[in-house]
Design a binder for this molecule. Sequence first.
Ligand SMILES: O=P(O)(O)O[C@H]1O[C@H](CO)[C@@H](O)[C@H]1O
Length: 293
Amino acid sequence: MHTKGSPSCCCSFEDYNLTTEWLLNHTSQRPKVAVICGSGLGLLADGAANKQTFRYQDIPNFPVSTVAGHEGCLVFGTIEDTSCVFMQGHFHLYEGYSLCQVTFPVRIFKLMGVETVLVTNASGAICPDYKVGDIMIIKDHINLPGFAGQHPLFGPNDERFGTRFPCMSDAYSKDLRRLAGQICSELGCSGFLREGVYCMVSGPNFETIAEARMLQVLGCDSVGMSTVPEVTVAKHCGLRVLGLSLITNMVSLDYSREEKVNHDEVLQIMKMRAEVLQRVVTELISRCSINTH
Ligand SMILES: O=P(O)(O)O[C@H]1O[C@H](CO)[C@@H](O)[C@H]1O
């Protein structure tokens, strides 16, 4: 990631190619599904067999993880007959990375032949009906940093990846959302399953009460500091996307509320639900190419 592609993008097509070639030369896996593991969810990879792990720092051009709960490993493996790749840890604007770096792995997955991306994350509930521990299937998102010009597709468009003006009205596959709902109900998770709108903020601070109230007025059900850039770039290059968000805390909408959110608490709740999420993700991977198109 050292050659300048354009003033607003720090990765050139050669950078993407170099990393893709390196990975293709170091693994015999040809993944069809990529899983981006959110905070504390690295063990989503535990359901895979024939695992092969690379540390981000050993992969040319790859950013490294700097946040607790993000191991910084790329794990290849198989689930049933499906070859897949897991990102144990993803990247955030607040770490100081450009959105080009944040989304770098998504284009690598595309070039490796991935067709479907499952994104997971931790988020705070804005919707007062939600509860801590709920799993929210992401129906849609609000790209708040994008409104302020922090957008991963800013700058000259590279047609080799996708069109200048991608449509985002169907960013999250309806088929995959339906399948996820079905799997959750088969696994007995219906009682804590939601579907809603995720809003990305840049972080790293958690929201003020006035900000949280604004997000509620905007129609957000939950808020987090990731995912939207990866999903935007995935959709731009024609990948199918499913997003699952785990509600780790209730965002304060009221000045009288005493509870204060912190990252340790976020990780603790993720740990509590990681096993069930792992079963959902494993099942999704084994069924997503059969039941959907
Ligand atoms: O979105 P992920 O990385 O899962 O994690 C969420 O949790 C962290 C804050 O506790 C932030 O990184 C936020 O985005």
